[in-house]
Design a protein around this ligand. Structure first.
Ligand SMILES: [Zn+2]
Length: 57
């Protein structure tokens, strides 16, 4: 399973594939894979650094 996050509202969902429409903001936004693959964010399902990149845009 992959952790997906809406790049507009920040809604995150766990699924094999991202939904076509965001259930939270109803936009056809692109979902970002923010699953954590590194051991330094153990216990967390998403990588906070990826979220930060989106906020900076
Ligand atoms: Zn959204």
């Amino acid at each position: 399973m992959t952790n997906w996050q809406c790049n507009k509202c920040g809604y995150s969902i766990k699924a094999d594939a991202p939904p076509e429409k965001c259930p939270s903001c109803s936009n056809e936004c692109s979902f970002v894979d923010n699953s954590c693959y590194t051991p330094d964010c153990q216990g967390m399902q998403s990588d906070p650094r990826i979220k930060k990149q989106n906020e900076n845009r």
